[in-house]
Design a protein around this ligand. Structure first.
Ligand code: OSB
Ligand code: MG
Length: 374
């Protein structure tokens, strides 16, 4: 494909309710969108970098700078024979995986349209529907959380994940388990604990959760492995897994028994598929994480989740849980069985609401392939 132009935009979108994790509260999102034009078609990407470098070291601003200064010029100058070539095209740039994913995923979206197949099919997906769970942020009190859980279970969600941190953990799990002894439950610490908390973490076992996500340092495998040896509950790694090699190391060291795959965190669809495949070969189930995406990132998450080894409910849920108005049409909805239908129409399977995006845009920059040649 011959890329003609790359448009970057920043949009602002308030969440319908604040989302609190062990590293902070998000109320309004700043979201970087990429729009790549080639052969009369447009592919869309979404950068999952946050407003602050708290989940990862990338932010909307670092991604913007690296895309404009490095990645977009390299992509516009390259002959992109297949979207799987993107990691090689971006290979000189170290790190900045969320920035890379914002472009690579748009190229996959374009390729699916060119081939006249669904994005899910292009990626090798086999599922018609994907199982869904929800990630519930830290609340001001337990009763509020119980009311949230009640609502999400009634909506059909198959798994409840509770954000936790010291002071918002066993007391909360205990209240939830008392009320719902049988639900599929997990927790996510976003690396809020240390090895000195080992005895405390071992006390989580009594709540029979499906997994404990990223209890320790964001860059660690060794101490997670030490912890997993003592813990009955499976550890799931999120932040620690940046690529296929990390997944292999974590699996071989038994640092986790489950892996959360996020497109941005691993640098795009190519690496996400590689992580999926290596986990599949070793019998480690995966699920798709979320980063409070708009419908564009959400549609990419749905396509990814259609791969065979995405056998556990992910954090990909309905648009209305995040946004009063999503920027795609139709918005993402979840059935009473807690499933999202994987679109089988061409490309990502959702229309982009250009009028709304224009209205929400606060910053825009265009990189043209021709300008680079001259
Ligand atoms: O660790 O999974 C995480 C949101 C922001 C940053 C990190 C995480 C999350 C979530 C939200 O858990 C998942 C969602 O999009 O619903
Ligand atoms: Mg997580």
């Amino acid at each position: 494909m011959k890329i003609e132009s790359i448009v970057l935009r920043e949009i602002r979108l308030p969440l319908v309710k604040p989302f609190e994790t062990s590293f902070g509260i998000t109320t309004d999102r700043r979201i970087l969108l990429s729009e790549i034009q080639a052969d009369g078609l447009i592919g869309w990407g979404e950068c999952t970098a946050g407003e602050h470098p708290y989940f990862s070291d990338e932010t909307v601003d670092t991604a913007w700078s690296v895309i404009v200064g490095e990645l977009a010029p390299s992509l516009a100058a390259a002959d992109v024979a297949h979207p799987g070539k993107c990691p090689q095209i971006f290979g000189r740039v170290r790190g900045h995986r969320m920035a890379k994913a914002a472009l690579e995923n748009a190229v996959w979206d374009l390729q699916a349209q060119m081939d006249g197949v669904s994005l899910a099919r292009l990626l090798g997906g086999v599922r018609d529907v994907i199982p869904c769970g929800v990630s519930l942020g830290i609340q001001s009190d337990i009763d509020k959380l119980l009311a949230e859980i009640e609502k999400e279970l009634a909506a059909g969600y198959q798994r409840i994940k509770l954000k936790c941190k010291p002071g918002w953990d066993v007391n909360v799990f205990s209240a939830v388990r008392n009320r719902w002894p049988g639900i599929m439950l997990s927790c996510d610490a976003n690396s809020a604990y240390r090895m000195r908390d080992t005895d405390h973490l071992l006390s989580f076992d009594e709540f029979e959760m499906l997994m404990i996500e990223q209890p320790l340092w964001a860059d660690d495998f060794y101490f997670h492995s030490m912890l997993q040896k003592q813990l009955e509950t499976s550890i799931c790694l999120d932040e620690s897994i940046r690529n296929r090699r990390d997944a292999l190391a974590a699996i071989d060291m038994e640092s986790c028994r489950i892996i959360n795959i996020k497109l941005g965190r691993v640098g795009g669809f190519s690496e996400a598929i590689a992580v999926h495949n290596v986990a599949h070969e070793r019998g480690i189930p995966v699920w798709c994480g979320g980063m409070l995406e708009t419908g564009i990132g959400r549609s990419h998450n749905i396509a990814l989740s259609s791969l065979e080894n995405f056998s556990l409910p992910g954090d990909v849920s309905a648009s209305a849980r995040y946004w009063a108005e999503d920027i795609i049409e139709p918005a993402v909805t979840v059935s009473a069985a807690g499933e999202i239908q994987v679109p089988d129409s061409t490309g990502r399977g959702f229309e982009v609401r250009m009028d709304l995006i224009e209205k929400l845009t606060v910053r825009k920059e265009q990189i043209r392939a021709l300008e680079l040649v001259s």
